[in-house]
Design a protein around this ligand. Structure first.
Ligand SMILES: [Zn+2]
Length: 339
C-alpha cells in the first residue's frame, strides 16, 4: 500500500509537470484526489490494515495528497503567469504612439467675414432681419420704386417662378417687409443669399450674398449715413481707413452714393488690387426714397432714413486676396483649409 502511494505520487507529479492546459490539470485533480480518485481509493482500504500500520499509511496518504495538491497549485500559478506574459508581449501598448487625428471643421471664409460684419453692426445697436429668398415681384422691385419696364430691371435679371414670384435679386425686399411690420425707430441689417441670371465667371455667380442695412427714425440725415458707414469701414479695414462718397443713382434712395475706401495696399497710389484707381468700392447707400417710405405706410414728412447694401463675396475676396469668386463656391477643402 505504501509502495502504491509512492507510485501514485511519482506518476502524478511527472504527469502534472508535462501538462500545459489548465483544464487538463483540473481533470488530474479529480483523477487523483477526487471522491473516486486514486488516493481516495487507497484511503478507503485502510480498514483492512493493522492498528499500528494505519496511522503510518494514513500519514503517508496525507503527505501524498498534500504533495499532489501543492504541485497542482504550483502548475496553475506557472501557467497563469505564462499566459499573462504572453498577453503582455502580444498586446503591447506604446503610449508614445501618436493618436488618431479626427479632423475638425471650421467656418467657411464667407461665414467668418459675415460674422465679423454682423458683430460690427450689432455693436452699433442694429438688429438682424431676414426675409424669403423666393420673393414676390412686388417686394423685390415695385415697392422699391422699380416698376415694370424700369431700366433698373435689366441689370437685375433673375430666375422667375412665375410672373409674380422670383428669386430675389437683392436683400432690399427685407427693408420693405420690416417697414411694413415695424414702426420706426428701425435699425436692421439683412444678410442673405440673392440670385441673378448671370453666367459664372471669376467675378460673377448666379448666387451670391448681400448685406443690406436700414435705419429709419425722426431726424435721420446724410450725416448719420456717413458716420455709420465710416465707423463700419474703420472697424472692418482698420482705424486709418479713408472713405470717399461718390454721387450715384439707385431707384430706392435719394440722394444716393457709392462708398469707396482708399486702397489699403497702395494707399491711393494705384496698384493691381485697386486696378490702378487708388480706391476700392465697398458699398452702395443713400437716403431712403420718400416714395418707398410712403409705400410702407411711413410718413416721409415725419420720418427719414438711410439704407445701404454690400456684396459679401467682394469683401471676402479683397480680405483674403482671392481673385476668383468660383473658389468660394466650389468647396474644395484644399482651398478652404487656408482660412
Ligand atoms: Zn491699390
Amino acid at each position: 500500500m505504501k509502495a502504491a502511494l509512492e507510485k501514485i505520487k511519482e506518476t502524478a507529479i511527472a504527469v502534472l509537470e508535462q501538462t500545459t492546459e489548465m483544464k487538463a490539470i483540473e481533470d488530474l485533480r479529480v483523477k487523483y484526489l477526487g471522491k473516486k480518485g486514486e488516493v481516495t481509493a487507497i484511503l478507503k482500504q485502510m480498514g483492512s490494515l493493522s492498528a499500528e500500520d494505519r496511522p503510518i499509511i494514513g500519514q503517508l496518504a496525507n503527505e501524498v495528497r498534500a504533495a499532489i495538491e501543492g504541485e497542482i497549485t504550483k502548475r496553475l500559478a506557472e501557467l497563469k503567469e505564462a499566459e499573462l506574459n504572453r498577453k503582455l508581449k502580444e498586446e503591447t501598448l506604446d503610449v508614445t504612439m501618436p493618436g488618431t487625428r479626427r479632423p475638425i471643421g471650421k467656418k467657411h471664409p464667407l461665414s467668418q467675414v459675415l460674422d465679423e460684419v454682423k458683430e460690427i453692426f450689432l455693436g452699433m445697436g442694429f438688429d438682424i432681419a431676414q426675409g424669403p429668398e423666393v420673393e414676390y415681384d412686388y417686394y423685390n422691385f415695385e415697392a422699391l420704386n422699380i416698376p415694370k419696364n424700369h431700366p433698373a430691371r435689366d441689370t437685375q435679371d433673375t430666375f422667375y417662378i412665375n410672373d409674380n414670384i422670383l428669386l430675389r435679386t437683392q436683400t432690399s425686399p427685407v427693408q420693405i417687409r420690416v417697414m411694413e411690420q415695424q414702426k420706426p425707430p428701425i435699425r436692421i441689417i439683412a444678410p442673405g443669399r440673392v440670385y441673378r441670371s448671370d453666367a459664372v465667371d471669376a467675378t460673377h455667380s448666379p448666387l451670391f450674398h448681400q448685406i443690406e442695412g436700414l435705419v429709419v427714425d425722426k431726424g435721420i440725415t446724410m450725416a448719420d449715413l456717413k458716420g455709420t458707414l465710416e465707423i463700419f469701414a474703420k472697424r472692418l479695414y482698420g482705424d486709418d481707413t479713408v472713405c470717399r462718397f461718390r454721387p450715384h443713382h439707385f431707384p430706392f434712395t435719394e440722394p444716393s452714393a457709392e462708398v469707396d475706401v482708399m486702397c489699403f495696399a497702395c494707399h491711393g497710389e494705384g496698384c493691381r488690387l485697386c486696378k490702378g484707381e487708388g480706391w476700392i468700392e465697398i458699398l452702395g447707400a443713400g437716403m431712403v426714397h420718400p416714395k418707398v417710405l410712403s409705400i410702407c405706410g411711413i410718413d416721409p414728412e415725419e420720418y427719414s432714413g438711410f439704407a445701404f447694401g454690400m456684396g459679401l463675396e467682394r469683401i471676402v475676396m479683397r480680405r483674403y486676396n482671392i481673385d476668383d469668386m468660383r473658389l468660394l463656391f466650389e468647396n474644395d477643402l484644399r482651398f478652404l483649409k487656408q482660412f
